[in-house]
Design a protein around this ligand. Structure first.
Ligand code: PFF
Length: 459
């Protein structure tokens, strides 16, 4: 590694930090909890053997998720700068470790370009729910409604821009008045909505079938591919390899225990993912519908369910507000990665940097949106623009950047620096340091390498 990070050892003067522990958990959990929790986790858990999968998933969170998350917090808080600046400060200006920072920066911007599209759909669906557009429609009609909406050239783009505008407004307001204030209001709201939806769902007749789908342990359904899905999902759901946790880590105050924070964020993320399953599947099964994953589940199956459910009008609105809120606290974290870099390293002021990046990311997002309609035929390696962006970051960029962050902490930063940072200068006892070093040196990189090779179809 390059220069030793002596300058970063002291609490750097002047860097803004989140107010307290609760805020830290709210912002980091806000980034982690997003579309991935609501439309992916419940379904992959259900089809891969319920509780059996959840056990494997928890093991993946412990072996890969926690070490990488803690490593990213360490890089950010010790570097006290944005994702690139932190690597520069800790590793040196021309260090090859900087690659991890640049890949992360690319990932956060690219994810946001397609994430904003789907999040924009949820805004349209809030309006559809408010105007009771699903009432009296057959499942095929609700499916048709979705198909014609996403393939139309203008409407989804307008909603995507509205969503990006809200994200930009939060970022313009700053780290404390924007990100912190927004997340500390939105996360309790998200929890309240999900609990209400769970109560509605489990009190429907036949709800137990959905609970069984989600929880009944069935090890025979758990394939090797399912386990690898668990590993990959652990990465995406904790927002790893995209620079968000490094950037947020740089705003943590020096007192907080980083490993404890990582554990709490992971627990919050997992609890919400499981609650999302409890909110969704009992209702889906109660009305005799087939569970599925992704857009079909959220934008077709569930509106059908709500249309038939007592009180469905109200719960449908709540559900799409939930999706929008979950997506917003994640998108804010993605935009902050680039904005922190541009303001600190390129010297552009926050508002200008936000506008510039929002413009660029939204521009790419327009192509992602159009890949459901006008640009359907535009493919690269037989993937449309949306799928290509998703593949590039989820399967290549994030695992690579996550791998580099954990390797940098274990091998580049070294035990003494890690001990100093994790123990917050000796004030937090860390009896698990040796275990942490072994996991970050060997186990986590190995696990990530396996996911990486699997997602490229090599194993
Ligand atoms: N963790 C988010 C989710 O589960 O939806 C997705 C995400 C957010 C990925 C932020 C990456 C990121 F930087």
């Amino acid at each position: 590694m390059g220069s030793q990070p002596s300058a970063a050892v002291e609490n750097p003067s002047g860097r803004i930090s989140f107010s307290n522990r609760l805020s830290i958990i709210a912002v980091a959990a806000g980034s982690a909890i997003g579309l991935g929790n609501i439309w992916k986790f419940p379904y992959i858990a259900g089809v891969n053997g319920g509780a059996a999968f959840i056990v494997v998933y928890l093991a993946c969170i412990c072996i890969i998720g926690l070490p990488v998350l803690t490593s990213e917090f360490i890089i950010g808080r010790r570097g006290q700068k944005n994702v690139i600046g932190s690597y520069v400060r800790l590793a040196g200006k021309s260090s090859p470790w900087l690659t991890g920072g640049f890949i992360s920066l690319f990932c956060s911007a690219t994810i946001l370009s397609f994430y904003g599209v789907v999040a924009g759909w949820s805004l349209e669906y809030i309006v559809k729910a408010l105007t009771n557009s699903f009432a009296g429609k057959t499942p095929a009609e609700v499916g048709g409604l979705f198909g014609s909406f996403v393939s139309s050239p203008l409407k989804p783009i307008i909603w995507q821009l509205v969503f990006m505008g809200i994200t930009a407004a939060v970022i313009c307001a700053g780290v404390k008045k924007g990100i912190e204030r927004f997340s500390t209001v939105m996360m309790p709201l998200l929890l309240a909505i999900i609990v209400l939806l769970c109560i509605r769902s489990v009190t429907l007749p036949g709800a137990e079938n959905g609970i069984a789908f989600l929880f009944k342990p069935d090890f025979s359904k758990l394939s090797a591919a399912g386990m690898l899905d668990a590993l990959g999902h652990a990465f995406f759901t904790l927002s790893l390899g995209a620079g968000t946790m490094i950037t947020y880590g740089s705003y943590f105050n020096k007192k907080e225990g980083l490993a404890a924070t990582a554990v709490q964020v992971s627990v919050a993320d997992t609890v919400i993912a499981i609650l999302a399953g409890v909110a969704i599947f009992p209702a889906v099964f109660s009305f005799g519908l087939e569970p599925g994953a992704g857009p079909g589940l959220v934008f077709v199956t569930l509106p059908n369910v709500f249309a038939q459910m007592p009180g469905g009008y109200f719960f449908c609105i709540l559900f799409f507000v939930l999706i929008a809120v979950a997506a917003l606290t994640s998108s804010v974290s993605m935009l902050e990665v680039g904005v922190a870099y541009v303001t600190e390293d390129l010297g552009i002021d926050r508002v200008k940097a936000t506008l510039l990046l929002t413009f660029l990311i939204s521009f790419v997002g327009i192509f992602c949106s159009l890949s459901f309609g006008r640009l359907k035929e535009l493919t690269f390696f037989s993937k449309n623009v949306f799928d290509l962006a998703d593949f590039l970051v989820s399967n290549i960029g994030m695992p690579l950047a996550g791998m580099l962050s954990v390797l940098f902490v274990a091998w580049g930063l070294g035990r003494t620096n890690v001990e100093d940072e994790m123990s917050s200068g000796g004030s937090v006892p860390i009896g698990y340091l040796s275990a942490f070093m072994i996991v970050t040196k060997y186990l986590a990189p190995l696990g990530i390498a396996i996911v990486f090779l699997h997602s490229l179809g090599i194993i």
